[in-house]
Design a protein around this ligand. Structure first.
Ligand code: GTP
Ligand code: MG
Length: 440
């Protein structure tokens, strides 16, 4: 029986129950996929990606169908005729669930469930399920619960409207259905507010950690990229860490920070982050704000691209879109074309690198091309800094502390008429230090 058809008389009043209405995935549920990609050239890519998401979620694909429409149908997304056509197919393969590879409105979802007589979920719900399976830390779990409840809230109405229709309560204001609906919606809203408060707390802690890191003389970078591009593998190779990696999607949900040492001995902190995907649900981006602040606060980004992927351009663009959404697209970005060991055509690799500013190709797995990446990090960081030679009066010694925080201090000599400092600092700080400059 489709989960969404559960009558509201079933105990839904605990927020936890509402949260788990997107129930944890039982192994190998049988799913029927409906692709709605408008561009035939991308069929194999979008279809493989949806299958990979299902595989990651532990679902068994038992049937598939394509629908191409210029505009989605307001009531059913794929069109009533198409849905009715699919009903016998879905029944024949005894699918437990139908997945539509796009975002459905609550109404479309409900109408499709009525026609197909089975549970219907959309791409966002599938991704939320995967995130729920993969969230292990408290922060990850809070973020996923927030994203799920935000997704669920408008859908609650749909469950109740259905119940009221079945029970003949349409339009009965203040009737039992409505009261219960209001009660449940209030509880969900309260839980959302609680989660937001808890996540604010997490964000504050992270911000304190970042400030702590800022006191270290290390610049801070973040690895970003499409899911499965090899971010965690690269961080492991660079730092000798042992972060979990696997061939499934969204192996990493929580950021891990590691220190790496550049060729000239300078230390840099690098953070691994959650992978991006095409049409990443906005509720997830919003809920993962605390985690994604690692990206927005970074001094520079390393964008890891799977160079062996036939549609790497789509993936690269999807990542750039999320970065723009986060307001992080103007940061210095080094593009690391990864998995070079799988690309036979080395001319193609060199061409990619030539076409992209500040790019390298490498193999994180085979640890090839790493010195070139290190050099790019070094050059990128140097471009953020500017050399200064200053004599600070002792009354201004707090500026020396800032040089340590925001740059690299090469020498600090305590003389009779002040502290003689040679350093490389950020452009803003160099401006502040102008009055104390001495000739080089
Ligand atoms: N052949 C090859 N495989 C690689 C390379 N780098 C990573 N992989 C493989 O690609 C898969 C994904 O790697 P991860 O490091 O988990 O990717 P990620 O970007 O962290 O993925 P998410 O955390 O899911 O976003 C794993 O099976 C890795 O072994 C590489 O340079 N060459
Ligand atoms: Mg990872």
């Amino acid at each position: 029986m489709p989960q969404r058809n559960v009558s509201p008389s079933v105990e839904l009043s605990e927020p936890q129950h509402l949260a788990t209405r997107l129930h944890p995935v039982q192994e190998r549920e049988r799913v029927f996929l409906i692709y709605v990609n408008p561009d035939p050239e991308l069929d194999s890519y979008v279809e493989e990606e949806l299958r990979a998401l299902c595989d990651t979620a532990g679902l068994e694909v038992v049937g598939e169908s394509r629908q191409r429409r210029s505009r989605p149908d307001a009531a059913t997304f794929i069109g009533r005729g198409k849905a009715e056509l699919l009903f016998p197919q879905v029944r024949e393969v005894t699918a437990d669930m139908v997945i539509v590879d796009d975002d459905l409105t609550p109404l479309q979802q409900r109408n499709l469930e009525d026609i197909l007589q089975t549970r219907v979920i959309d791409r966002t719900e599938l991704i939320l399920r995967i995130f729920a399976q993969r969230a292990h830390t408290r922060e990850g779990k809070l973020q996923v619960e927030l994203a799920r409840l935000t997704y669920e809230l408008p859908r609650l109405m749909s469950v109740y409207t259905k119940f009221e229709q079945q029970a003949g309560h349409i339009g009965v204001r203040g009737g039992p259905g409505e009261t219960k609906l209001e009660q449940d919606r209030r509880k969900v809203r309260e839980r959302i507010a609680d989660l937001q408060r808890e996540l604010e707390q997490v964000a504050r802690q992270r911000s304190q950690q970042r400030q702590g890191r800022r006191r270290l003389p290390f610049p801070f970078g973040a690895l970003v990229g499409y899911t499965s591009a090899g971010k965690s593998t690269l961080l492991n190779t660079l730092s000798g860490a042992h972060i979990y990696t696997d061939e499934h999607l969204f192996a990493t949900l929580d950021p891990t920070v590691r220190r790496i040492v550049l060729p000239d001995g300078w230390g840099v902190l690098l953070s691994d982050t959650v992978g991006f995907i095409r049409n990443l649900p906005h509720s997830l981006v919003a809920a993962f704000r605390a985690t994604l602040e690692e990206v927005t606060e970074a001094d520079f980004l390393i964008h890891v691209v799977d160079a062996s992927h036939p549609q790497l351009e789509i993936q690269r663009q999807a990542v750039m879109n999320v970065l723009a959404e986060l307001g992080a697209h103007n940061k210095p970005i080094i593009t690391a074309y990864n998995k070079a060991d799988l690309v036979k055509d080395t001319y193609r690799l060199r061409q990619l690198v030539a076409e992209t500013p500040n790019a390298v190709y490498l193999s994180a797995l085979k640890a090839e091309g790493i010195p070139e990446l290190m050099n790019h990090i070094l050059t990128t960081l140097r471009s953020l800094l500017q050399p200064v030679k200053i004599r600070l009066p002792y009354t201004q010694s707090s500026l020396l502390a800032q040089c340590y925080e925001l740059g690299r201090v090469h020498t600090a000599e305590y003389t009779a008429d002040g502290i003689l400092v040679e350093a490389e600092v950020t452009h803003d700080l160099a401006e502040l230090l102008k009055p104390y400059r001495v000739e080089a």
